[in-house]
Write a protein that binds this ligand. Sequence first.
Ligand SMILES: NC(=O)c1ccc[n+]([C@@H]2O[C@H](COP(=O)([O-])OP(=O)(O)OC[C@H]3O[C@@H](n4cnc5c(N)ncnc54)[C@H](O)[C@@H]3O)[C@@H](O)[C@H]2O)c1
Length: 261
Amino acid sequence: MSLFGTPFDAVHDTAVVTGAGNGIGRAIAQALVDEGVRTVFADVSAERVSAAIAASSRPDLAVPWVGDLANMQACDALLATAYAALGEVTHLVHSASPPRREADHAFAVDRKTWQEMHAVNLDAGFHLAREIAKRLIAAKRAGSFLFLTSLHADTPRNLPHYSTAKAGMAILVRELAKTFGRYNIRVNALVPGAIAAGGFVADASLARHIPLGRLGQAEDLAPMALAVLSNRISAYVTGAAIVVDGGLSLTNWFEAPVLDA
Ligand SMILES: NC(=O)c1ccc[n+]([C@@H]2O[C@H](COP(=O)([O-])OP(=O)(O)OC[C@H]3O[C@@H](n4cnc5c(N)ncnc54)[C@H](O)[C@@H]3O)[C@@H](O)[C@H]2O)c1
């Protein structure tokens, strides 16, 4: 059998993707339905969900859900929709994150913005993963969860609400990977670099700090996301943080040498 031909079991694998209305979440949700996986496209924006589904290759496999994941009741409503539409949820991608504004430095960020950033990234991610895991464990089914973290889980971003939320997610991934491993539920982080998606207003000059010479696109993340989510390709990968950044994290104040060869 070809190794990459059928990464998913289209009959039994099902997915919930948060933040599926835009950027990286949208690219991953669209790639999942491309692979035949029935997928809930979850986002706070109804317009974005409709457009993401309409632009996918298999709208028939997509289930729309609209709500604010900063609210715990909304997280439960998302799960109820997913179970009603899909039966079981075997794969979770948590990509939703509120917009980040460069002005929200340590003195400027207000309490609401701080709390919303943590609520959507960390609280919703924990709640959704824990609830999905409970059902999978009861049903003795394997699962695979992927959290979109950031290089700024480790390095400051001048946005403390964002970097602390991502740092929390990074250790949450490792906590859950350790706890759920014996039940065959894998939990990993996908760490994007500078991706010209909605959440990051890209300055093109940043490209000169990226060894591969360009900013990333949401579509650069989707193949790796699917590889890590796939129980066929990545059955022995859990608790990992997979960096997809064109080499951005390799850069510092030393320029790369120019080679004569
Ligand atoms: N773009 C980058 O360069 C980059 C870099 C590192 C990490 N990331 C992470 O990757 C993920 C996706 O980033 P992106 O740039 O594609 O973001 P994006 O802003 O393009 O998309 C995020 C989506 O989340 C949705 N959302 C926001 N708040 C929500 C809420 N309360 N409830 C439900 N949905 C909500 C938005 O409507 C949007 O469609 C985020 O977690 C982000 O932190 C992105």
